[in-house]
Design a protein around this ligand. Sequence first.
Ligand SMILES: Cc1cc2nc3c(=O)[nH]c(=O)nc-3n(C[C@H](O)[C@H](O)[C@H](O)COP(=O)(O)OP(=O)(O)OC[C@H]3O[C@@H](n4cnc5c(N)ncnc54)[C@H](O)[C@@H]3O)c2cc1C
Length: 135
Amino acid sequence: MLKRIYDGLVTSAGAGVCFNTRLCGVEMAGPDRIEAVIVADKAGLRACRAKVYVDGTGDGDLAAWAGAAFEKGDAHGQLQPATHCFVLTNVDPYACWYTPRIPPPARAPRNPHRACTSSIRKAPCTRRWRRAAIP
Ligand SMILES: Cc1cc2nc3c(=O)[nH]c(=O)nc-3n(C[C@H](O)[C@H](O)[C@H](O)COP(=O)(O)OP(=O)(O)OC[C@H]3O[C@@H](n4cnc5c(N)ncnc54)[C@H](O)[C@@H]3O)c2cc1C
């Protein structure tokens, strides 16, 4: 639904949308003037000319390809790591809970999922594995 609203905002402002079109090059008319951008779509390559070019590539590809100055990372070139998103599936909390390396609880947990997670955090074998895995 939101994408339709966005498309409507763009077209009602008088702009056209080129779906499935990738910016893949830039032609320069001089050291600081873009002649055209080269895009690729299902029909092949074509050049698009405009008075003003707005770079929305996220990484500033158009600006960089056009020779604009840019900075990347901190003084050592280090970048902020992207958020690590993952989904953990096929976990058997009962098998995890009763594995011999993790001592069983004094009494059975009401919520095995929660109890399993907290036990893993405390388990010494997990810490050893972390140290071994990270060089
Ligand atoms: C894993 C992750 C988690 C994040 N979490 C957060 C958060 O919680 N909060 C927050 O504020 N920010 C977060 N960010 C940062 C946020 O997503 C970005 O700062 C924001 O999306 C940048 O917007 P943008 O429009 O400049 O670029 P983007 O959203 O990256 O959009 C760029 C678009 O240009 C397209 N594109 C790129 N190159 C080309 C090309 N050559 N030709 C055609 N199209 C091209 C891409 O496909 C994309 O659709 C996160 C980023 C990542 C990677």
